[in-house]
Structures are given as structure tokens and as C-alpha cells.
Design a protein around this ligand. Structure first.
Ligand code: PMP
Length: 411
């Protein structure tokens, strides 16, 4: 049995009032809250063994190195990568995707080659490819969306061609909650000689990911969306691809020999980790993974599915609320909506006055907003500590918002 009340006890931030109401935090797709286990791991590093890694022979240096390199092993087993050197610590998903687009993309694309994306991508999985396309003469192609915000494999087959070199796609949409069939898309990409890049920012925190089972070539995610600290994430890449790639950043830590005019790089993964690494971040990420694994990602996923199903059921009573994306059973715990005729920023402001934190805006997905034919939406996103009473508080606050704006517009 998943005991959500026990889970909540581990998150000190949840136990506060906001604007005179108990906090209902439903902005988890933007960033998640942190359990005591992660906060204590960071505190114990800074209080007990803060030190730079890899070069110190002193005791604190070795402890910090063990913590940092141990975190790499933890990430390796978390996503079931074959080799530990396939895990590169980055600042987050954005940096990881930029690394692939810049380093792999620029070296492997030429005039007329195709990069295939979807219109639902986060800006961080669009703009790096636009820049790479401009630099190389490659062209961007988009798999069209179905009316419910999913993609069909027949459209994938029709879009990917023998000129396609790279397919890059989000595993789970941060707006619609759509779960993309990235394994099957990867098979089509590979059959055409292309590589498969997966943006896992919204999947790794919520469901079990196995990169060998997905057989993707790259996979990127961020710690802060999965109970870990900000400023760290990971890039997984197949060893043979990472080995042929040039470093993304140059400087200390990533070099083998340095001369006045020429230098050489360390082996994997270090050639991609220039400068003092994100030591505390990696230790915090490993603690977050330990925490998630103890809860069990299958339990987390089932809990969130239950919440989104319940929320969508409750919203069905409200015809003036438009909910975007696939049916409850086919989506992750994300619910994007608009109250007809009311700007989502106004909705989010009224919800905040009731203690309910949701996000309003374009969610870094402007092309998707164009597809939805709206400039912005409001979004409630659930995580492992949310409850059915959070959903009730959210719906009650929406009713307050509707009444308030009904009165305002009537005046
Ligand atoms: N991709 C998706 C699907 C996301 O939801 C986000 C964060 N909102 C990102 C990429 C970027 O992640 P980060 O800001 O942690 O680099």
C-alpha cells in the first residue's frame, strides 16, 4: 500500500500555509519539492566532507570523490545504462540537449539531412536543433499531432526518411501529459539509419526508465524535477557515440595533455565534464534516486495516474473548463486547462489566493500553444506527495475563480 501521508511527512515545505490556506503544490512539472533525505545528504556533504574531487589526495577529497563517482553508479543503475562512463553529469536537460545538438549534431549533419521533432517539444528540444540546422544546412521536420495531442506511428513512418539523421522527442509532454512511444519511434529511426534522442525530463521522475530496453541513443533528464537539487541532471549516451563526440566545454578537469597550441582530452565520461563538477548536486541526485527507488517508481506512477484520473473526472462536471490532451488513462499526471474566456494568469492568481500553486503561461512550448490555438494555459501537475484532497482543493479553488470572474465579467 502506498502511504501518501507518510510520504508527505518527508517533505517539510508542504507543511505551511500560503495566503491563509494549507499549501497545495501542483507545479511539479516545473520543479518538485525535496524530501528530508535529500536535504540531509546535501547538509552532510557541506558540513562533513565538502572538497574538490579527483585531484585531492587528502581524506575529504577522497570522500567527495567517492560521493561524486558513487552518484554516477547510482544514475547508471537507475536508468539501467550498460556502462558507468555513459553517464555524463550536466546542468540539466537543457544543457544535455544542447550538448547533443552541438557536439553530435554539428559533426554528423550536412546540407539536406533531416532532424525530426514533434510540435509538442519543450523549447530546449527545439531551439538547439534550429541552431544546429542553421549551422549545418540540415532541415527540421515535424511529426504532426493527432487531435488529442498524441502522435501516430504511421505519421512517424511517413515523416522519417533515409535522409533523417536525428529524431529527438520528449518521452512525456510537460503540457499535455502525452506519453510518446519513444521505443517504437526509435525502431523506425534506426531502420532509417538515424539516432534516437529522448528528452526524459518528465518521464524519469515519474516512471521506471530502462535505456537499454528503450534502445535510445541519448537520454536526458534533470534532478530538480525528481526530488533532487537544481543545477544538475544527466546525459546518457551510447558509449560508441559519446566516444566519437568532441567535448562541449573546454578547460580544467577534462584534459589529458595541454600544450601551448594543442591539447588532448581525458577518456569518457570526464572529457564532457569540464571545470569543477557539480559535486553537491550529484550527491543530492543520488539521494533523490535512493528515495524514489525506496518508494518504487511503479507505485509513484500508479499514484499519479489515480490522481489525474480523479482530477479529470471532477473537471468533467465543469463544461466551461477546457482540458487539453489525451484521455486520463493514456497520460501522465499532468493536467493543462483553461477556463473559457479567462486568462490563465488570472486563474492562477485566484488559485494562489486559495493556497493552490499551479503554473500559467506557455510552458516553454510556444509551437504547441499555437497548435492548441491559445497563447497560454494553466497547468496542474501531480507528484508522489499529492493527495485526492489536493485535487479537491484545486477544483474548489477553480470554482472560486469561475465565480469571481463570472461576477467581474458580468459587471
Ligand atoms: N524538457 C521538458 C519536457 C521539460 O519539462 C523541461 C523543464 N520544464 C525541460 C526539458 C528543461 O529542463 P531544465 O529546465 O531542467 O533544463
Amino acid at each position: 500500500m502506498y502511504d501518501v501521508q507518510k510520504v508527505r511527512e518527508q517533505f517539510p515545505i508542504l507543511h505551511q500555509e500560503v495566503n491563509g490556506h494549507p499549501l497545495v503544490y501542483l507545479d511539479n512539472s516545473a520543479t518538485s519539492q525535496k524530501p528530508v533525505h535529500v536535504i540531509e545528504a546535501l547538509e552532510s556533504y557541506y558540513k562533513g566532507y565538502n572538497s574538490n574531487v579527483h585531484r585531492g589526495v587528502h581524506t575529504l577529497g577522497s570522500r567527495a570523490t567517492d560521493g561524486y563517482e558513487g552518484a554516477r553508479d547510482t544514475v547508471q543503475s537507475f536508468i539501467n545504462a550498460k556502462h558507468r562512463e555513459e553517464i555524463i553529469f550536466t546542468r540539466g536537460t537543457t544543457t544535455a540537449l544542447n550538448m547533443i545538438a552541438s557536439s553530435f549534431g554539428r559533426a554528423n549533419l550536412s546540407e539536406g539531412d533531416e532532424i525530426v521533432l514533434t510540435p509538442m517539444e519543450h523549447h530546449s528540444n527545439i531551439i538547439p536543433w534550429q541552431q544546429t540546422a542553421k549551422a549545418t544546412g540540415a532541415v527540421l521536420k515535424y511529426i504532426p499531432l493527432q487531435p488529442d495531442g498524441t502522435i501516430s506511428l504511421s505519421d512517424v513512418e511517413a515523416t522519417i526518411t533515409e535522409r533523417t539523421r536525428i529524431v529527438s522527442m520528449m518521452h512525456v509532454s510537460n503540457v499535455l501529459g502525452t506519453i510518446n512511444p519513444v521505443k517504437e519511434v526509435g525502431e523506425i529511426a534506426h531502420a532509417n539509419g538515424a539516432i534516437m534522442v529522448v528528452d526524459g525530463a518528465q518521464s524519469a521522475p515519474h516512471k521506471k526508465v530502462d535505456v537499454q530496453e528503450l534502445n535510445c541513443d541519448f537520454f536526458a533528464f534533470s534532478a530538480h524535477k525528481m526530488c533532487g537539487p537544481t543545477g544538475i541532471g544527466a546525459l546518457y549516451g551510447k558509449k560508441e557515440l559519446l566516444e566519437e563526440m568532441e567535448p562541449f566545454e573546454f578547460g580544467g578537469e577534462m584534459i589529458d595533455e595541454v600544450g601551448l597550441y594543442e591539447s588532448t582530452w581525458k577518456e569518457l565520461p570526464y572529457k564532457f565534464e569540464g571545470g569543477t563538477p557539480i559535486i553537491a548536486g550529484a550527491i543530492g541526485l543520488a539521494a533523490a534516486i535512493d528515495y524514489l527507488e525506496e518508494l518504487g517508481l511503479h507505485n509513484v506512477e500508479a499514484h499519479e495516474k489515480m490522481l489525474v484520473r480523479y482530477a479529470m473526472e471532477r473537471l468533467r462536471e465543469h463544461e466551461d473548463v477546457d482540458v487539453y490532451g489525451p484521455p486520463a488513462d493514456e497520460r501522465a499526471g499532468i493536467l493543462t486547462f483553461n477556463i473559457k474566456g479567462v486568462h490563465p494568469h488570472d486563474v492562477a492568481t485566484v488559485l494562489d489566493s486559495q493556497g493552490v500553486a499551479v503554473r500559467a503561461g506557455h510552458h516553454c512550448a510556444r509551437p504547441l500553444m499555437n497548435w492548441l490555438e491559445c497563447t497560454a494555459t494553466a497547468r496542474a501537475s501531480f507528484y508522489l506527495y499529492n493527495t485526492e484532497s489536493d485535487v479537491d482543493a484545486f477544483v474548489d479553488a477553480l470554482v472560486t475563480a469561475k465565480e469571481y470572474f463570472g461576477d467581474v465579467y458580468a459587471e
